[in-house]
Ligand binder design. Structure first.
Ligand code: PLP
Length: 378
């Protein structure tokens, strides 16, 4: 078999596979975005957002990828004179740091190597050095298959009085996010990950406090304007109409499955992939207790060429996984298992990997990876 993008087992770290119902929802004639049909769909989307975030709050939808949501949030809540603390331990932590530095002149970065937790003392130390306007962190580091322990970090942020702003782009609807218990003031997700909708929309949740303190500094990403329009099921500018229709259907699918069930399935699939990697003798990049449930980053064994492994998966088995980013290009590959990822796709991926390893003579237990994966299937 050769690679066919329409039928491939699509397991990159987002965008993810899109259900045909979602595809059909967006194959729709142009609709008047100021008319009743569209407003009704937007109204129904609005009603489903608390289900997505697992909490009620001030919630908005922006046309633009996840980064648009991050920039809308940080630009409206940070001012140049504000002290901001950013946790950076991966590609997207670095990106968050860059965005914060555009809007505040006093950013302190608490860094740890990609895929490693920062010591809590280092975070507490940075938060204790005078008043801090906001603490910014990525929840799930997609680049490293690693999840920051927000339950442990949250009390430090609360104690400091800083706004707690979270990049939840690859965690929302994939990994439990306890917005109220952790005191999160702002969290952003993207349509293309746990939600399993096409890329191109950002979804933002704000607490009452963050909402009250919004001072937008950009026109297109003016969050206050988005909230105001949304009260009337409207958008300030022409929205990405087909994507809104797709989002509506993706939220219905999530509602039908139930957020708790989606989180449980995502966790079960992550556990199964981790067990399969163990059985194949492949090592996870992140320490096991921080390993992400939405994306597994796997080290490529010494002497093997990472790009060739992915190429063989793609061209022989029609399975697409993703390479590493930045300094980890060629050193790790990443398997996404979020949204509507299927057991069938995961079985094919593990079977393909097993054959590729076997052909190099590195793996002498045929079927062990598949057995490990399938024994964790429901
Ligand atoms: N933050 C995280 C954790 C991500 O995984 C991504 C994308 O993969 C981004 C930010 C950037 O989002 P986007 O590419 O949708 O703008």
């Amino acid at each position: 078999m050769t690679f066919d993008p329409e039928t491939a087992a699509f397991l990159i770290a987002g965008p993810v596979r899109i259900h045909p119902r979602v595809l059909r929802a967006m194959s729709f004639s142009s609709v008047n975005h100021r008319g009743d049909y569209f407003h009704q769909r937007v109204g129904e989307i609005r009603e489903m957002l608390p289900m997505l975030f697992g909490a009620p709050g001030h919630q908005a939808i922006l046309s633009g990828s996840g980064t648009a949501g991050l920039e809308a949030t940080y630009s409206a809540l940070l001012r140049p004179e504000d002290r901001v603390v950013v946790l950076s331990n991966g590609n997207f932590g670095e990106r968050g740091d860059e965005i914060a530095r555009r809007y505040s002149n006093h950013v302190t970065t608490v860094s740890a190597p990609w895929g490693h937790p920062a010591p809590l003392e280092a975070i507490a130390g940075a938060l204790e050095q005078g008043p801090v306007r906001a603490f910014i962190t990525v929840h799930n580091e997609t680049s490293a298959g690693f999840a920051n322990d927000l339950a442990a970090i949250a009390p430090l942020v609360r104690k400091s009085g800083a706004l707690f702003l979270v990049d939840g782009i690859s965690s929302v609807a994939g990994i439990p996010v306890h917005i109220h218990d952790w005191g999160i003031d702002g969290i952003v997700t993207g349509s293309q990950k746990g939600l399993a909708a096409p890329a191109g929309l950002a979804l933002v949740h704000l607490s009452d406090r963050a909402f009250a303190e919004l001072k937008p500094r950009t026109q297109y990403l003016d969050l206050a304007a988005h909230f105001k329009s949304l009260e009337k099921n409207d958008t300030p500018w022409t929205p990405a109409i087909p994507l809104f229709l797709a989002l509506h259907e993706a939220l219905l699918l999530l509602q039908e499955e139930g957020l708790e069930n989606r989180l449980a399935r995502t966790h079960a699939q992550a556990e199964a992939v981790r067990a399969a990697m163990d059985a194949l003798g492949l090592e996870l990049f992140a320490e096991r207790r921080y390993a992400s449930d939405t994306v597994s980053a796997v080290k490529i064994p010494e002497g093997m060429d990472e790009a060739s492994v992915r190429k063989a998966l793609l061209n022989t088995y029609n399975v697409e996984v993703q390479g590493g980013q930045g300094p980890y290009r060629g050193k790790i590959f990443r398997i996404g298992h979020m949204g509507i990822a299927s057991w069938g796709d995961l079985l094919l991926c593990v079977a393909g990997l097993e054959r590729i390893l076997a052909r190099t003579g590195r793996f002498a237990s045929p079927g062990a990876g598949l057995a490990a994966l399938s024994s964790r299937m429901p």
